[in-house]
Design a protein around this ligand. Structure first.
Ligand code: PA5
Length: 446
């Protein structure tokens, strides 16, 4: 794959070539299961062919809705949690100017904000204050249509919008993305006549970024969703068949070989602050897909060099159960050089004239060698630059590798039974009808 390379030499050496080779053999079956729908969770494989299944008409419709929202709104709030927000957030953060929020909004420029991903009273109150008197719209996203966090945020924001512009006008500014038939959100959308998009039954939340769940918010933020899909499509073709050129297979095999060699935690490290939320998205993808039946690599993420001044000590010398996957971006968009100073009081003249990125790359290389010397195997994923095409490829790469990796681990990567436990307790403690007895029991334990 021209866009993405995976460097594994040191990690394979550490884990043992025999383990890696054995996993490569197993990966043949794992890829077949994904392509032919013969493995566990086969009802949730809609994402495998999604980049080629998206039609021209669907893309045009998403773009038209995004244009309408951009023309009508200074702010669009995406309401959703987990797979219903992280993909869009990751792509938008990777592509947009990091200081966009502090800049004056120009005509037809829209800020995409997020809500419903927490139950922070101050968060919601401060968001409502920001939106007071402003032109805003809402994209509410929930596959089940019943998730508490987004439901609370949506109730507040819808109420505010209707008070600010009236019920009829508000209808034009709300888009719901949910199940085709079931769930409270579907019922509300149908009865209110909001514009809706469907999350296909066979695409789980954390694999849904290339459906309207991700594409609409990304388009509203002003980015090219066609290029995103094109990048994903190229990666889909490049990872269809097993073999040494299949980068998703390579990554899935090396992380499982390391897991078998006792490395139970994977740290995804970036050297570019724009990738912070890509790390958050990746954590959900791998954590929910693999953490089950008492198994699974624990996915952690760090932003470097920032976190070398907080987590660096642990990575270098803590429990030797970790490996690191460095997400490395070859080219930044801007060029900035370190200025020369006559007095050189800060002692930086030895790097004067160098690009900031050159310093960053040396920090990356130095960190890799230090971590390898400290017993932390390092895998490196290289991408050329942070544009829509590359991000589309990267998203699909991680999804495909996750499917292969889950099958290599021996779990169903497409369910998430553990997510329900806290919900039941919360409902019981809040006194939701039907949960009274459980509530009494739980209260005794508090
Ligand atoms: O990946 C998943 O399935 C979950 O993280 C969901 O995306 C998350 O719980 C939100 O669910 P819903 O979209 O049904 O509100």
């Amino acid at each position: 794959m021209k866009n993405i390379q995976v460097e594994i030499d040191h990690a394979v050496y550490f884990a043992g070539e025999d383990k890696y080779n054995a996993l490569q053999q197993e990966a043949v079956g794992a890829i077949e299961k994904l392509e032919n729908g013969t493995g566990a969770g086969a009802d949730f494989l809609g994402w495998v062919n999604l980049p080629k299944d998206i039609t021209e008409a669907q893309l045009a419709d998403i773009e038209a809705t995004a244009k309408g929202l951009r023309e009508a709104c200074d702010y669009v709030v995406c309401v959703g949690i987990g797979g219903s927000y992280l993909g869009a957030k990751a792509v938008i953060e990777a592509l947009q100017d990091q200081f966009a929020a502090y800049k004056k909004i120009k005509p037809e420029e829209t800020h995409v904000l997020f809500a419903g991903q927490n139950i922070g009273e101050d968060y919601l109150a401060e968001l409502q204050k920001l939106l007071e008197g402003k032109k805003f719209g809402i994209i509410v996203i929930s596959k089940s249509g019943t998730t508490t966090e987004p439901a609370i945020a949506f109730r507040l924001l819808r109420d505010q919008l209707e008070k600010q512009v009236g019920k009829e006008e508000a209808k034009k500014l709300i888009v719901a993305i949910t199940d085709a038939q079931k769930g409270a959100l579907r019922t509300m959308a149908d009865s209110e006549g909001w514009k809706t998009y469907v999350i296909p039954d066979n695409v789980g939340g954390r694999f849904s970024v290339l459906t309207p769940v991700g594409l609409l918010p990304i388009a509203v933020a002003g980015f090219n969703v066609r290029e995103l899909v094109a990048g994903a499509r190229e990666m889909m073709e490049a990872t269809r068949h097993p073999g040494p050129d299949n980068v998703a297979e390579t990554y899935a095999c090396v992380r499982n070989a390391l897991y078998q060699a006792g490395k139970k935690t994977e740290i995804l490290a970036n050297f570019n602050p724009k990738l912070h939320y890509l790390g958050e998205w990746w954590k959900q993808l791998y954590g929910e897909s693999e953490g089950k039946e008492g198994k699974g690599i624990f996915p952690a993420a760090v932003d470097l060099t920032t976190d070398l001044h907080s987590m660096g000590q642990y990575i270098q010398e803590g429990e030797r159960t970790i490996f690191e996957t460095v997400l490395s971006v070859e080219r930044p968009f801007d060029a900035l050089r370190i200025p020369q100073e006559q007095q050189d009081l800060d002692g930086l003249n030895y790097i004067a004239g160098k690009r900031i990125d050159e310093v960053n790359k040396m920090a990356e290389a130095g960190t890799r060698l230090a971590h390898e010397d400290g017993g932390v195997p390092v895998v490196r994923i290289n991408v050329p630059t942070l544009d829509e095409n590359t991000l589309g490829a990267l998203i699909y790469f991680f999804e495909k590798a996750c499917g292969i990796s889950g099958y290599l681990l021996g779990v169903n990567p497409f369910d998430q039974p553990g997510v329900e436990a806290y919900k039941k307790n919360m409902f019981a403690l809040l006194g939701k009808p039907g949960y009274e007895a459980a509530g009494e029991e739980l209260k005794k334990r508090l």
